[in-house]
Ligand binder design. Sequence first.
Ligand code: SF4
Length: 210
Amino acid sequence: MHVREGREGALAATRTETRSVRPHFMLAPSLTCPASCAYCFGPNDGPTMSAETMQASLDFIDRITSATGQNSVKVTFHGGEPLAAGLSIWRQSLDGLRARFGEGGCEVGLQSNLWLLTNEFCELFRDHSVDIGTSLDGPREINDRLRGEGCFDRTMLGIRTAEAHGVSVGCIATFTPFNAPRWRQVLDFFLWIRAGPETAPTGTNTPTAE
Ligand code: SF4
């Protein structure tokens, strides 16, 4: 009896302490990635998540937050390439999070190279206010040096596709000994893409590296 009371008291104290703290969960729905960047330290060759595993992940988040009394969470989807998991897994996850936490109760982030972004994905992400981040290391000749030929154009197409649906995309850059000395050029590039498609309709007419 004492043990139970002590345990329930500890749980109540935990709930009080954690209720005002918003937990941040990371989900990796796919460990595969269609790119093969030279410096990739994450998995880029592996399985994608099944519907059963996604449901188990959602149940796990529900179990923890129910126990701690937290009704507002952040969930970030990483990979591999998270979009490789497919549209139905994404619908399942976003609908499940909304059902649990309500509209606005779950802030969702996605880190993706956007190669697999489709109009359907864009509509889903807009409806769920998904905060999208992608990765570019600078203009084409810098980016493709370590990420591979054609990577720049595919990611830029994804950025412009998202923007066409009213979904904005943030970028992170990896600096290496190759592009670190050219940081000003990388910075100019990011200022350029922020200017939007009006200044470069194809999305590929970037400032040159020289
Ligand atoms: S896009 Fe990301 S996950 Fe894919 S190979 Fe490049 S660094 Fe790795």
